[in-house]
Ligand binder design. Sequence first.
Ligand code: SF4
Length: 292
Amino acid sequence: MNSQHRIPPGTLDTLKVSRHDRDLVGLTYVYPVLSRRAGGVSIGINLNPNNACNWHCVYCQVPDLVRGKAPRIDLALLEHELSGFLADLIHGDWMARFVPEGARVIRDLAFSGNGEPTSAEAFADAVALLLGIRDAFGLAAESVPVRLITNGSLMAQARVQEGVRRLGEGGGEVWFKVDAGTAAGIERINGVTLDPDTVARNLARCAELCPTWVQTCMFSWDGEAPTEADIDAYLGVLERAGIERLAGVLLYGVARPSRQPEAARISRLSAAELESIAARIRQKGLTVRVSP
Ligand code: SF4
């Protein structure tokens, strides 16, 4: 996710909390992230404590990333951890102790772990659980949405669609990863063999079930920025999915170092280069938010 899949690069800083603090040590599924840009706390839900993902993105910030799927999820433990942590945040002094003034607000609950969250068999149940806990704490869907940060590759599965449908009904949203529009680009960047038409179909399916933002990371590879043909192919995927179905594009650079062996081959685009890609996406009628 982080940028993983888990953390949009450059926008979020994991809270610095001493390891002996009882509030956070030992939690399996729940982790807080301070978003300085959004000015609040994002509550991350990590369904991949085994650092396993079915992709291998070159910019991934998950340490010790391995191929695989999420383990069996202990939903009772997830409920216990999330309810306990929310109680500390809302009724306790956790915010006052760890979060700077002006940022003491909960921004979202986000499935954004160390791997692909929809690979958890219990994903749909986990969505229902999060929505129920959020509602039980009186947090409104508009102010504290539940977000899914996903590579979207399992969207053809009925159990994943069920989870995304529940998310949509609960006022949530999806951030769906699309970094390239050719099979070669997807293989190089995401480490997976995948037909771009399949990506477009999965994106369309997802957007039908829940408001969906495309999450895109662009960077130089061996010093070469994405070519015009690369951008055209990428835009082609969004067009085949249906521009009108999409909420917009979250366009990221690589603000944080990759934890993968390919790290040395990738480098940041300038703000101007990213802006010029954003302008091309906007020409298609999409809203674009850029995080260099
Ligand atoms: S899809 Fe998997 S490999 Fe890619 S950034 Fe997300 S967690 Fe990392």
